[in-house]
Design a protein around this ligand. Structure first.
Ligand SMILES: Cc1cc2nc3c(=O)[nH]c(=O)nc-3n(C[C@H](O)[C@H](O)[C@H](O)COP(=O)(O)OP(=O)(O)OC[C@H]3O[C@@H](n4cnc5c(N)ncnc54)[C@H](O)[C@@H]3O)c2cc1C
Length: 442
């Protein structure tokens, strides 16, 4: 059967700021994918669940291969936690099967609606970077469908260079068909969570220092509308897996869906400030120590479907940077000052730290330091100018920006962020490209 591609105007990135026509085909299974690949050597890019914010998952000049039809488990050893599955399997479906049996993904992003292929292709990180590093560190093998070499199996030992290019490689080294992943044993599907107030940035650094060794999961939420002595006001959360209670099935708890794009006035300086005050109060009203299901700890945003429509028709940009420990405190303060003065920013501002565990990919984003992530409603030129000011701070601090979240970084920021970019390009599948790569002029 021939794979059918259709022109689509509704295939967007999560930030919804990039619009245009994409040609999308969805193979129902691996044999349909392989049959297509045997005859079509034209430009292509794999697509997962479209949770990347910018244009790394789009390819206007080629064909987008929706990989979500390849979502079968291949094997799972409940004694060792070694899993082999097709790359279109979502973490949500994976966890429904493995979590009740006592196995969790070693690293999870802030949504479970990502595919294994997408998690590898951006070498995603979680709230446990100091303990587990990135997702790619736990990948034992990949099967990769390339336009020039066909279907090949690679491991970190068999082909270390191509493996390092593929982990974090934004789908540009070929279509990942299957992933072998080592899961992590858990004794309970709950976590014991502590929620603490942050009076400012100094509190963050002090709490973080005393928490990183004792707590596997750590993250801070920051009120970006605050300025002056309240700069960095927020909430710090730290958690460990519970050691008792056993593992039970947890539903997706998919809540309401935002039915339409919010009008552009819905998110402004006043509503942002009010939301932030209310959010902080609700968080801190919880008992300081609580036992929570993993879905509530890792995936609170999944409770509102299509929350990305909140930013209106023009969409939004996420800005996620990492700055080194040395000089990081000043850089974070500078960025928060710039954001506070602008009156822009989002209710969802996350500050985390990355530890020393090396990332395996040539284009992996995590490296030791502090990472700050927040959304900006797309207000055109004004937003571009604001983000360019943040670039200056990141540049001066010798930091980096995260391509999974990016829809606008200039090429020099990309090259500064990823000194191995030219080496990476030698491993690119000649047929693979993306709107991100085109934008970089590479
Ligand atoms: C609410 C939310 C929270 C998030 N939190 C985090 C976080 O905490 N940490 C973090 O690191 N990221 C986070 N992300 C980003 C997200 O984890 C990544 O963007 C991830 O890559 C999305 O996976 P996806 O399946 O949706 O892939 P897509 O967004 O569809 O594609 C992403 C990239 O993967 C490639 N790709 C997808 N499938 C394949 C395949 N089978 N073979 C080859 N390449 C493939 C695509 O070509 C593209 O380059 C978050 C995103 C959201 C929306």
């Amino acid at each position: 059967m021939t794979l059918v591609f259709q022109p689509r105007d509704d295939v967007l990135s999560w930030g919804r700021a990039h619009r245009g026509r994409q040609s999308l085909g969805r193979p129902a299974d691996a044999s349909e994918l392989r049959a297509w690949a045997a005859v079509d050597k034209g430009p292509r890019l794999a697509r997962g669940l479209g949770r990347s914010y910018g244009d790394s998952g789009l390819h206007a000049e080629g064909r987008l291969i929706d990989m979500t039809g390849l979502d079968r488990f291949r094997s799972f050893d409940a004694k060792t936690g070694l899993l082999r599955a097709q790359a279109g399997l979502s973490l949500a479906t994976l966890l429904k099967v493995t979590a009740p049996q006592g196995w969790f993904v070693p690293v999870t992003p802030g949504t479970r609606h990502v595919t294994l292929g997408g998690a590898v292709a951006h070498d995603v990180h979680g709230k446990n970077h100091s303990w587990a590093g990135t997702f790619g560190r736990h990948v034992r093998a990949l099967s990769l469908l390339r336009s020039d070499r066909g279907l090949i199996e690679i491991t970190p030992q068999s082909d270390p260079e191509l493996f390092a290019a593929t982990v974090g490689g934004m789908g540009l080294t070929g279509l990942i068909v299957e992933v072998t992943l080592q899961l992590t044993a858990i004794a309970s599907t709950d976590l014991v969570v502590e929620t603490l107030p942050l009076g400012g940035l100094d509190d963050f650094f002090a709490l973080n220092l005393q928490s990183l060794e004792r707590f596997e999961q750590t993250v801070a939420w920051i009120d970006c509308a605050q300025r002056g002595s309240k700069l960095g006001l927020g909430v710090y959360t730290r958690a460990n897996w519970a050691t008792d209670g056993g593992c039970v099935a947890q539903g997706d708890r998919r809540g309401p869906s935002l039915p339409f794009e919010a009008p552009s006035f819905a998110l402004n300086r006043v509503s942002l400030s009010l939301f932030n005050q209310a959010y902080r109060a609700v968080q801190l009203a919880r008992p300081r120590r609580a036992r929570l299901a993993y879905g509530d700890v890792f995936y609170p945003l999944d409770a509102v479907q299509n929350w990305n429509r909140l930013y209106g028709r023009s969409g939004f940009y996420q800005y996620q940077s990492v700055v080194p420990h040395q000089g990081g405190r000043e850089a974070l303060a500078d960025m928060l000052r710039i954001i506070g003065r602008s009156g822009e920013g989002s209710p969802l501002v996350v500050l985390k730290s990355f530890g020393a565990l090396a990332s395996p990919g040539m284009l992996s984003f995590p490296r030791p330091g502090y990472t700050l992530a927040l959304d900006f409603r797309n207000r055109g030129q004004a937003t571009q100018a604001l983000l360019a000011r943040l670039d200056e701070v990141v540049r001066a601090a010798k930091g980096a920006l995260y391509p999974a979240k990016d829809g606008r970084m200039p090429r020099d920021m990309f090259e500064l962020s990823f000194p191995q970019a030219q080496r990476f390009l030698t491993y690119r599948d000649p047929a693979c490209g993306s709107d991100f790569l085109t934008r970089m002029g590479l």
